[in-house]
Design a protein around this ligand. Sequence first.
Ligand code: DAH
Length: 341
Amino acid sequence: MKEQLAKIRAEALAAFDAAADSAALDALRVQYLGKKGELTAVLKMMGGLSAEERPVMGQLANEVRAALEQAIEATAKKLEAAALEQQLKDEALDVTIPGTPAVMGHKHPMYIALDEIKDIFIGMGFTVLDGPEIELAELNFDRLNAEEGHPSRDWSDTFYFDEDSRVMLRSQTSPMQVRAMDTMDLPIRIVAPGRVYRKDEVDATHSPMFHQVEGMVIDKGVTMADLKGTLNTVVEQLYGEGTKTRFRPHHFPFTEPSCEMDVQCHKCGGEGCPTCKGEGWIELLGAGMIHPKVLKMAGIDTEVYSGWAFGIGLERTAMRRFKIADLRLIFENDIRFLEQF
Ligand code: DAH
């Protein structure tokens, strides 16, 4: 029996040593130490031993059991460490493999044009204002001298929120003039870019949502000459030195006199071509001297102060700046189009 125990011990230790993984080791544990295991089988034969032999063999068997359990524990640890080592090897990252390049976006062409416009005005001492797109009709119309019955107030042109036509999506950035007059100290020099809304069908030159940049100056002794000088400087900085402009009389309720400013066609140099529809000129903005009524409604003394204002269509400016033919391209966000700028 002694030899049997020694044989089991030697065989088991060798087998544990050779176990490939912890599953194999578990199987060996069962094979040697389990209820039907080899060591247990030997122990079961203890009953047949003499009273002197029994305790000796019992002790020996316990020693063997302890030795096997110890060996299993040590081997299990060794296998666990090896498995971890293998996992680390398998999951190792090769940081030298070239990565997938991240695609960088860039500024939308219309915002490139807007940033240029803002830069020019900031350089001339203007402050840039931001204002609400949901506006009171009072500021969008009444305070700008467009009283009840003015055609631009019509439900067919304007997005109102209520039956009483008091709250609306602003149809122009001009209410920012009123907001500036109501909140800022004189003299005032501001530009206010933003979205405006009108009930227009979408086509190559129209959209129910578009952008304007409002501008306004109020100071002592401001004249139409300042308006022309400032806008000519802006146009030359935007479109290049020597770019010609012309001012045509027009009507806006909040300016008197009012005008529209055209820029000489960049395509034909004024000869007339399809881009300028044969005119030689392209309309860029509306402007004028602020109507005394508008100044008075804001509590400004018209004996001392005067001012001018303008409103530029931003999409139109960007389309001219980047020679874009269709307004819809500005809003469609087709990467193939936008990537070109
Ligand atoms: N708000 C006008 C429009 O949407 C544009 C405009 C014209 C703005 C003359 C002005 C201005 O500030 O003085 O058609």
